[in-house]
Design a protein around this ligand. Structure first.
Ligand code: SAM
Length: 218
């Protein structure tokens, strides 16, 4: 297939993903739907998985890591109820796909990834796609990133055994965090919000993420 044909095929697959996997399953936040309609997920997938980039499942990205299933990504973004003025920290950049989605919604995005090779690749790809305002940092995101704090929203795409205190401390008043919490085989998304200085936790969907590898635990 020629390049134009391939691009057309990806566009059709992306539109179908948004309608069938997201809107039909209750994703209604138009900012999230617009971002997921725009971002070329296939650019973030390894060459050999590009044909599956818009399928209803996670994809391997190297270093034993994955890009999450589109639906779970949409659930997490929608739970955060993001607006363009929000300052956002993402923990677990991976391929940079979710970073790009966040950057479609707000220019104030910092993302941390512990694998230097993944952080470097995501930074380069995001720059090539024009997301110049995003900061990608190599490091341990379970410690948060104090220089950018406080954050209105934190999205963690790796599973913690418990809520990491440094991340709670870096949330602004009114801030929200979505994070998978639980043992390695199965977790539950937790939506944390800070109201009057107190954290409130809402347990949400069951999910399965790669572990948040924390220097705190070692
Ligand atoms: N959202 C990413 C994407 O769109 O490609 C996928 C993230 S993948 C499910 C989880 C990522 O979290 C992995 O790339 C992993 O290396 C990273 N990770 C795990 N523990 C981390 C930590 N303590 N700090 C930063 N990144 C971490």
């Amino acid at each position: 297939m020629d390049v134009a044909g391939e691009i057309g095929q990806f566009d059709v697959a992306r539109r179908r993903m948004v309608e069938e996997q997201l809107r039909n399953r209750g994703i209604a936040d138009e900012r999230v739907l617009r971002a997921m309609s725009r971002i070329p997920r296939h650019e973030f997938a390894p060459e050999s998985y590009r044909g599956e980039a818009y399928h209803d499942h996670p994809l391997p990205i190297g270093e034993g890591q994955t890009i999450s299933q589109p639906y779970i990504v949409a659930i997490m973004l929608q739970a955060l109820a993001l607006s363009p003025s929000d300052h956002v920290l993402e923990v677990g950049t991976g391929s940079g796909y979710v970073t790009a989605l966040l950057a479609e919604i707000t220019p104030h995005v910092i993302s941390i990834e512990r694998h230097v090779a993944l952080a470097d690749a995501a930074r380069a790809l995001l720059a090539r796609l024009g997301y110049s305002s995003v900061q990608v940092i190599a490091g341990d995101g379970s410690l948060g990133y104090a220089p950018g704090a406080p954050y209105n929203a934190i999205l963690v795409s790796a599973a913690a055994r418990e809520l990491p205190q440094p991340l709670l401390d870096q949330l602004a008043e009114g801030g929200r965090m979505i994070i998978p919490v639980g043992p390695p085989d199965l977790q539950q998304l937790q939506l944390v919000s800070i109201q009057n200085g107190q954290s409130q936790v809402l347990s949400r969907e069951i999910c399965r993420f790669v572990p948040l590898v924390s220097d705190l635990a070692s």
